[in-house]
Design a protein around this ligand. Structure first.
Ligand SMILES: N[C@@H](CCC(=O)N[C@@H](CS)C(=O)NCC(=O)O)C(=O)O
Length: 248
C-alpha cells in the first residue's frame, strides 16, 4: 500500500494544498490504492527525516527544505518526495496503469509546468498563499506558515502581499489574462493539454483550481467567475478531473 503525506487543515479529511493535489490526482488517475497521513506544517520535516525522504529544495537560510507531497510505497520500500519525481516513479513502477508522462512528452510537459508556474505565480501568491493561514490552517501550522512564507517571499509579514480592495479587480484581470494565455495554447474545445488524454500537465492546472475551490467554496464569486471564463474551459477540466478526486 502507498502512503501519501498531505497537509491537515481546519476541514478534516479535505485536501487543500495544490502541490499535494498533483499527487492525489496522479494516484487516483492510475487507480492505485493509497492511504493519506495528514500532517501539520511543523511536523513535515521531522516526519520526512524519520521516513528517509530527501529534501526537495532549500529554505531562505540555505538549509534543506523537506516538502510534501511525499509517498512511501511499502511494496518496494521506496520513499519519494516531489510531485514530478513521484509521477515518474509511479509510471515506472506500475507500467500497466495509465501514464502521467506518456512516452516522448517529458520535455514538453516540463516546459508547460514552468510556463504555468511563472504565469500563475502571482495568483498563487496573492489569492491563495495570503489566505491559507486564516482560511485553511489549524492553529498548530499558522505561525510556521507565516514565518516561512514571509521569509521565502522576502516580506515582513504575509499580509504585505495582500491585494488592497481597490486593486482586486485589476489583479483578477491579470489572472484571467494568464488563464486566457494558457487557453490559447490549447486546440479549441479540448479538455486535456494533450488533446484526447489526461497527463500530469492537466493535474498541475487542476491542482491550483482545486486549492481555490477548497479555499472559497463552489458557491463563491471567485470560483464561479473562473468557471465562466474562456467558454467554460476550466469548468470542463474540473468536471473531467472529478473522477480522480477521491480522498483515500
Ligand atoms: N517541487 C515540490 C514542491 C512541494 C512543496 O513546495 N511543498 C510545500 C507545500 S506547498 C511544503 O511541503 N512545504 C513545507 C515547508 O514549507 O516546510 C513538489 O512538486 O512536490
Amino acid at each position: 500500500m502507498i502512503t501519501l503525506y498531505d497537509f491537515d487543515g481546519k476541514a478534516k479529511g479535505v485536501p487543500w494544498n495544490p502541490n499535494v493535489w498533483k499527487t492525489r490526482y496522479s494516484l487516483n488517475y492510475k487507480g492505485l490504492p493509497y492511504k493519506t497521513v495528514w500532517l501539520e506544517y511543523p511536523d513535515v520535516e521531522p516526519m520526512m527525516k524519520k521516513i528517509g525522504a530527501a529534501p526537495t529544495s532549500k529554505k531562505a537560510d540555505g538549509s534543506p527544505l523537506y516538502t510534501i507531497p511525499t509517498i512511501y510505497d511499502d511494496s518496494t520500500g521506496t520513499v519519494i518526495a516531489d510531485s514530478v519525481l513521484i509521477a515518474e516513479y509511479l509510471d515506472e513502477t506500475y507500467p500497466s496503469t495509465p501514464k502521467l508522462f506518456p512516452p516522448g512528452t517529458h520535455a514538453l510537459q516540463g516546459a508547460f509546468q514552468q510556463l504555468f508556474s511563472s504565469m500563475l505565480l502571482p495568483l498563487v501568491i496573492k489569492f491563495i498563499i495570503v489566505d491559507v493561514p486564516l482560511m485553511l490552517l489549524n492553529p498548530g501550522s499558522v505561525e510556521y506558515f507565516n514565518k516561512h512564507r514571509s521569509e521565502q517571499f522576502g516580506v515582513p509579514t504575509l499580509e504585505a502581499l495582500r491585494v488592497p480592495p481597490e486593486a482586486k479587480d485589476a489583479e483578477w484581470h491579470k489572472v484571467k489574462d494568464a488563464f486566457g494565455a494558457l487557453n490559447a495554447l490549447n486546440k479549441d474545445g479540448d479538455t486535456w493539454v494533450m488533446g484526447d488524454t489526461p497527463s500530469f500537465a492537466d493535474f498541475v492546472i487542476a491542482s491550483v483550481l482545486a486549492a481555490l475551490k477548497s479555499m472559497h467554496g463552489k458557491e463563491s464569486a471567485e470560483w464561479t467567475r473562473i468557471m465562466s471564463w474562456h467558454g467554460g474551459r476550466w469548468e470542463r477540466l474540473m468536471m473531467a478531473v472529478e473522477k480522480y478526486s477521491a480522498v483515500l
